[in-house]
Design a protein around this ligand. Sequence first.
Ligand SMILES: Cc1cc2nc3c(=O)[nH]c(=O)nc-3n(C[C@H](O)[C@H](O)[C@H](O)COP(=O)(O)OP(=O)(O)OC[C@H]3O[C@@H](n4cnc5c(N)ncnc54)[C@H](O)[C@@H]3O)c2cc1C
Length: 290
Amino acid sequence: MDFLQPTSLPAALEAKAERPEALPIAGGTDVMVELNFDRGRPPAILDLTRVAELADWDRDGAGCRLGAGVTYTRAIEELAAALPGLALAARTVGSPQIRNRGTIGGNLGSASPAGDCHPPLLATGAEVELVSVAGTRRLPIQEFFTGPKQSALRPEELIAAVHLPVAGGPQQFAKIGTRNAMVIAVCSFGLALDPERRRVGTGIGSAGPTPLRAEDAERFLEGVLDEEGLWESRGPLGEAAAVRFGELVAAAARPIDDVRGTVAYRVHALGVLGRRTLAWAWDEYGNRRS
Ligand SMILES: Cc1cc2nc3c(=O)[nH]c(=O)nc-3n(C[C@H](O)[C@H](O)[C@H](O)COP(=O)(O)OP(=O)(O)OC[C@H]3O[C@@H](n4cnc5c(N)ncnc54)[C@H](O)[C@@H]3O)c2cc1C
């Protein structure tokens, strides 16, 4: 197996153009598991850990550009205020060792329906920046996921970054697992409220062939908040609306029965997570002014 170790992004892109079959490795927390279990033997590995251009994040106006190599630990320590939903999700990933090595770009690269970054990225309407020697393209996150562990990433491309807005309102994330730590989600849910754009964003994890949005739930809640003037008043949200929101979240799921949970359990649990995260987020929004 060849081991390619570029030290700049142009060199990494040249390497990927010459060897599209080379498997990128960032933190290696997914790649090394696959190699150790002998599930595949790529002809070449493309090590991205020395590519400084991928390792950082910066603010661009009201948005944030997160380099693909930003780790969970950095997202938690440096971005909890700007990107609270992503930071909450990052806190639930693996163990400190995994959070120190594992990257947001690697989570996207694996494109697992259970990846914990995906619900907050969907909820905030993130875009994935993909690069090759031919140039750069930006894809809405929803278009990035094409099937179970499948993405729109082309063989000659690398994930350069993910772009998402700095939070203008409360964001929440909740995950159900069979234990409290080091666990793949049985299901998960991310919620982002954006008062300025009067937008509700959602993301469902581990309950479909890809991460999903609950679009009917989003439209429903936006309607309630608009009609009742709640974006402005920050008054209490009725119980019936919260229950209906949970039902619409559950209805958007497309889970399967597997070793981690049944269809019935996941659908039920997502209804609870939808209602619960909405209560937390609305509570925070209501308390912000006072
Ligand atoms: C013990 C353990 C616990 C875990 N717990 C969780 C968890 O709780 N939640 C969760 O979501 N995940 C979990 N994972 C999975 C893993 O840690 C995450 O998916 C992590 O984000 C992968 O990042 P990485 O940098 O290690 O990726 P790598 O393993 O280096 O790469 C993963 C995939 O992405 C590709 N890739 C990486 N970077 C790029 C790039 N810049 N451009 C193109 N392709 C790229 C690789 O080729 C590979 O296909 C766990 C893994 C382990 C071993």
